[in-house]
Structures are given as C-alpha cells and as structure tokens.
Design a protein around this ligand. Structure first.
Ligand code: ATP
Length: 367
C-alpha cells in the first residue's frame, strides 16, 4: 500500500454563526485506507464530511486531496463522491440513468457511459435486468447498491459515506457491510465512513477516528481504540467497560506503583506499557474490558482480583454477561463464554480476577 496521504486535513474550524461545530480538526488519511468516523450525535462527523466534499467552506484550516489544496475548488470538481443515509436516487430516472448520471454531467459519450454502467453493475453485483427499472422497483438494499455504483462511476479518489447503511434492516445491513468491505478491497479507493454502529466501525475500518464536540479524541486501529483508549470517554463510547479508580503512587521507568480500593494485587505495580502516556502520579482509571475478567475458583490465582456479589445475568447467545457489585460500591460487567465451567448465580459471592496484560490505565476524568 502506498503510504502517501491522500487526504490531509489541517486544523479545520467550522462555525455556524456563534456555534463551533469543528474546533481544530487535523487528520491524515493514507491512500487506500478505510477510516470510520464515530462519535455521539452532533459531534461534527457530517460537518467534517461536508468540508471534505466541498459542500461548505470551512471557517479556517486547510484540506488537501492527493497533494492539492482544495480551497476554492467547488464540490463538483473535487475527486470525491458521497453516499448518504437517505437515498438520493432520482426517482424518475432508470437505474442505468441514475448510475451514469455523474458521467453525463461530465459530457462523457453515451457508449462509454453504457460500458462504465455495466462495469458498475457487475462491481455491485446488481442484476443487468435492473438497468431499465425505476428505483422504486428495487428493494432498499438494491437501491443502496445503485447509489454506491453511482458514487463509484466517476472513479473518485475518496469515497465519503454518511451512514449509508443505517436505514437498512439488520440482516440487509450485515450483507451490505460485507459488500462495502469487498468493494473497498477490490477498488482500492480511500473510504471515509461515518457510522453510529461501533461494531460496523470495528469490522470495516483500518482506523477509527473518535470525535467529540468538534474535536478528534483518538485516531487508531480498532484494537488500539478498544483496548488502549485515550480517555474514559473513548473507553465507554467504544463498548462496555469497567473503569476502576486507582491512585498512581510512583511512576518508574519500567513500572508504576498503584493502590486501588478493593483490588488485591501482590506486587502493587503495573508494567508501564499498560499505562497511557498522559498518566502521571495521582488519580487514574484502570480499564478492564468485561470479556477479560474471569471468575477465580478456589485455589486459582489472578494477578489482580476483587470480591463481588453477582446481581444480574444476561444471556447473549454465545456469551453470558454478568453484573456484580463490590463491597466498595463498584458495579462490574463480566462477559464469559457460554461454555465456562464456572457459571455464576445471582446473589452468589464470587472472586473475580484479571491479568496485568489486560489492563489499560488511563487518565481520570473526561468521561
Ligand atoms: P449525527 O450523528 O447526529 O448525524 P454529527 O456528528 O454528524 O451528528 P453534525 O451534523 O456534523 O453532527 O453537526 C454538528 C453540530 O453542528 C450539531 O450541533 C448541529 O446542530 C450543528 N450544525 C450542523 N449544520 C448546521 C447548520 N447548517 N447551521 C447551524 N448548525 C449546524
């Protein structure tokens, strides 16, 4: 993969009147990457896509695509294409006319348009008999494939996707998620994909960009975001987790010493590679994902452990989720494979343990 940035966003601000929707966003995307933009509603995801696509002018900052500054370049002349959640197919045009529309605008000759439309139909695995139909004679999933075909026909360098799958039912969504992944792999185009669905972001993206209130909080590979979140907000946003308050008493070169109320740990120390860089001495949070906590049987040991009483059980197909309350007042989430030979009952007193390698210590606050 060529690693030159195809998209370079430098310190973009976007104000709507007095409201600051983007407050200094910088992002560098490599050629051929699949980036997922996630964050709570209103954090600025769509606003960022609109600046990239050229639908709006940023208040300040710079966007370059393939090394070219996009200032003053209108949307139609940018090497980008966008697919929205709500279908924007032209209802009175056939599928073929819809797909070929961007080339018609560019005055490409009809024979070439027809050839490209056929290529797009094959790429999106749409049946050729659909070509003469109107969009309303297709299912929702097929219509979204047509929208994708139309967005790809002009060979964009960047495909911008604004929640294109969120209006589809769960089963169809799964199918189209695989289709998107396949499309991305086969065409080698760079994708920037806004989604509310974190599982979708984890499944599809090479890197996930977590936004909040007009800022990027973290950009990283899915496992980084999930297991090494930058702060408590990212940790909680990107899936269920346990955040236990700890006090870092000494930060050494190789390990940090800590105290955590109710946490039994013979060494009282954690290797520095499991500690976020911003954590100094003082208050911090120990992040442990529910699936990394296990029940400890009699005579069994764990590097860190806590006593708790089981309060709830939820069966989630292949796994079982438990809630347990500790004497210190913490509620822990534990997720165990359904085949676990140490099941727990509601009301039972249990000992829960986890390994140091499964810990990530992050700064206190900002949840
Ligand atoms: P969602 O996930 O709900 O789609 P989002 O992260 O995409 O949210 P944006 O659509 O980027 O959010 O909006 C960011 C903020 O900017 C919101 O608070 C929104 O109300 C505001 N905003 C967006 N467009 C305008 C506009 N044209 N005028 C004024 N405020 C706007």
């Amino acid at each position: 993969m060529n690693t030159a940035p195809i998209l370079q966003i430098e310190d973009i601000h976007k104000d709507y009147g007095t409201y600051q929707a983007l407050k200094g966003v910088s992002l560098s995307v490599r050629q051929g990457e699949f980036i997922a933009l996630v964050g709570p509603s209103g954090c600025g995801k769509t606003t960022l896509l609109k600046q990239i696509a050229g639908f709006e002018d940023a208040t300040s900052g710079r966007i370059s695509i393939d090394g070219r500054d996009m200032a003053g370049v209108p949307a139609a002349q940018r090497p980008t294409s966008i697919v929205f959640q709500k279908l924007a197919l032209f209802p009175h045009m056939t599928v073929a006319e819809n797909i070929g529309f961007p080339l018609k605008l560019r005055k490409v000759v009809p024979a070439e348009i027809a050839a490209r439309v056929n290529e797009m139909i094959a790429l999106m695995e749409l049946k050729p008999i659909y070509l003469d139909r109107l969009p309303r004679a297709l299912s929702g999933g097929e219509q979204q494939r047509v929208a994708l075909a139309r967005s790809m026909i002009s060979s964009p360098k960047l495909l911008l996707l604004d929640e294109p799958l969120s209006a589809l039912d769960v089963k169809l969504k799964k199918v189209l998620q695989s289709e998107l992944k396949r499309l991305h792999r086969s065409v080698g185009v760079t994708f920037v994909h806004v989604t509310h669905d974190l599982e979708e972001a984890m499944m599809l993206a090479d890197r996930i960009c977590v936004m909040r209130a007009g800022h990027i909080l973290q950009l990283g590979e899915p496992a980084d975001i999930y297991y090494r979140p930058a702060d408590a907000f990212v940790a909680g946003f990107i899936g269920e987790t346990n955040l236990l308050p700890v006090e870092i008493t000494r930060r050494g070169k190789d390990r940090v010493e800590y105290r955590g109320t109710g946490i039994a740990d013979e060494t009282g120390a954690i290797p520095v590679r499991f500690i976020a860089d911003q954590v100094g001495t003082g208050q911090a949070l120990m992040n442990v994902r529910p699936e990394l906590i296990r029940r400890i049987g009699p005579g069994d040991k764990a590097e860190c452990s806590m006593n708790a009483q089981v309060t709830e059980i939820f069966t989630k197909g292949g796994t079982v989720q438990y809630r347990a309350h500790t004497p210190e007042g913490y509620d822990l989430a534990i997720e165990i494979q359904g085949t676990s030979d140490l099941p727990m009952r509601v009301g039972e007193d249990v000992r829960l343990g986890w390994a140091k390698k499964d810990i990530w210590v992050l700064p206190a606050g900002a949840a």
